[in-house]
Design a protein. Sequence first.
Length: 100
Amino acid sequence: MRSLHEMKKTAYPVIFDATHSVQMPGANGKSSGGNKEYIFPLARAASAVGIAGVFVEVHPQPSKALSDGPNSLSLCELGEFIDQINCIDRVVKPLFGGNK
């Protein structure tokens, strides 16, 4: 979270990669693993510091994804994810002066 604040000082838009942030390279032997339970809380925290956007990988069936499944949201989780991030964004952006 400290790095997000530091990157914002560059005046360039900062995008938080919520799904790769929970990735665990090599955790599944021949492929990356991940812990998707942290996608929502980390994205909410990133939004709370006023980042410009969030990147998130989504798959209809993450357990069947050829890559990044363990750290992807399912399509049915996407609506709630967007709602939560937008709610925080609407509160925080005016405090930070817009989309910085």
